[in-house]
Ligand binder design. Structure first.
Ligand code: NAD
Ligand code: NA
Length: 396
């Protein structure tokens, strides 16, 4: 069928298999162009189908010739209905990995559940024996707790007071004032339950209990900090509490891995357009200004550039792994550079509906958003019939 983007609010209901394939191929080419990384050879990526997790899987496979197992939660296609983009990304990834002679298998299901953990452990046991890197890159609005059965929902709310600031509807380009009501009730606990570190440590405990982590194995999860502009709704809001918890969990996991000389880190990554970040008020306006500034300075990066730098200059750098005073790896260092943040702060009060496409990179924001769903890629004929019924070759 001929597939066009169909928007509803901040989400796109369709995705393009050939565009997603092009996206994956472009990322693979980038990694190959940067040369070999002396990284892990057997890698488990939890949240492997989009964003930073997909970039991690690609970097391991095509930067270090690693065997990869990817866990994700995506929707396969049905007749006349496209799959979710992560499904097509994973199909394309496996196809390219297999062509290159690399082991690649995938598990589609709820990573928070006992069943999917068990399936993954069995697959590692059967095919890889052990893994030496576990990337934890889940982003989800809900988690059903595997012990209590409670369905936790995360929120993106300020704590303690109403937060008012500017935002942009990136589709229309309209800049407006918004106010977000503070969290209440169990919002903080629920957000920590979904996006905090408990599930990450459950994965590592389960792997370790079955002796599936190799001597010296490493695990990394992804976090975000951002500028004071977004602090009230991000780092000092409900999601920030979850990130605090995730960052603290890195230390408890590191302790538990001492006997196998294992390591656990959180990497703080840069703000990027993803399905998740588009839904957070204020962030799209921040990203629009940030992109423009970072592109002008020649320091803009997408997920794949971020993860390539994380692996080559942090995780697998011979001089040891540099961290900040809280033990975190920082690849948001260029975003947080003083000259960059000074410019964002200067432009922020000036931004209006009329001038945003000039002082900010609204076009770049939109383009990246379309790219998430496989649209607007060079080299793809969007007028041609596409086969929506693409399968992931090695789904377990
Ligand atoms: P994303 O939405 O692109 O990827 C989320 C992944 O999780 C997908 O592979 C999805 O299939 C998987 N997933 C979601 N729920 C699942 C479930 N129940 N079971 C199995 N898989 C599930 O998100 P992203 O932006 O790449 O975020 C990944 C991590 O990076 C998050 O911790 C996020 O906070 C962090 N981060 C994001 C940004 C940003 O600007 N986007 C910046 C810094 C850090
Ligand atoms: Na991801």
């Amino acid at each position: 069928m001929i597939i066009e983007p169909r928007m509803r609010g901040f989400i796109c209901l369709t995705s393009h298999p050939d565009g997603c394939e092009q996206n994956v191929k472009n990322q693979i080419e980038y990694i190959k162009s940067k040369g070999t990384i002396a990284g892990a050879k057997k890698v488990l990526v939890i949240g492997a189908s989009t964003g930073f997790g997909l970039a991690s899987r690609i970097t391991s496979a095509f930067g270090s010739n690693a065997a990869t197992i990817g866990v994700f939660f995506e929707k396969p296609a049905a007749e006349g209905k496209t799959a979710s983009p992560g499904w097509y990304n994973s199909a394309a990834f496996e196809k390219e990995a297999h062509k290159a002679g690399l082991y690649a298998k995938s598990i589609n299901g709820d990573a928070f559940s006992k069943e999917v953990k068990q399936q993954t452990l069995e697959l590692i046991k059967k095919d890889l024996g052990q893994v030496d890197l576990v990337v934890y890159s889940l982003a989800s609005p809900v988690r059903q707790h595997p012990e209590t059965g409670v369905l936790h929902r995360s929120t993106l709310k300020p704590i303690g007071g109403v937060y008012s600031n500017k935002t942009v509807d990136f589709h229309s380009g309209k800049v407006s004032e918004i106010s977000i009501q503070p969290c209440e009730g169990d919002d903080i606990e629920n957000t920590v339950a979904v996006m905090g570190g408990e599930d990450w440590s459950m994965w590592i405990e389960a792997l370790k209990a079955e002796n599936l982590l190799a001597e010296g194995a490493m695990t990394v999860a992804y976090s975000y900090i951002g500028p004071s502009l977004t602090e009230a709704v991000y780092r000092k809001g409900t999601i920030g509490r979850a990130k605090d918890h995730l960052e603290a969990t890195a230390f408890t996991i590191a302790d538990s891995l001492k006997d196998i000389n294992g390591k656990a880190f959180v990497s703080v990554n840069k703000a990027l357009v993803t399905q998740a970040s588009s839904a957070i008020p204020v962030i799209p306006l921040y990203i629009s200004l940030l992109y423009k500034i970072m592109k002008e300075k020649g320091i803009h990066e997408g997920c794949i550039e971020q993860i390539q730098r994380l692996y080559s200059e942090r995780l697998y750098n011979n001089d040891g792994i540099a961290t900040d005073d809280k033990g975190r790896i920082r690849v948001d260092d260029w975003e947080m550079r003083e000259d960059v943040q000074e410019l964002v702060a200067k432009l922020w009060p000036e931004a209006t509906t009329e001038n945003l496409s000039e002082i900010g990179d609204l076009a770049g924001y939109r383009h990246d958003f379309y790219n998430l769903f496989g649209f607007e890629f060079d080299g793809v004929d969007y007028k041609a019939e596409a086969n929506e019924l693409v399968n992931v070759p090695s789904i377990v």
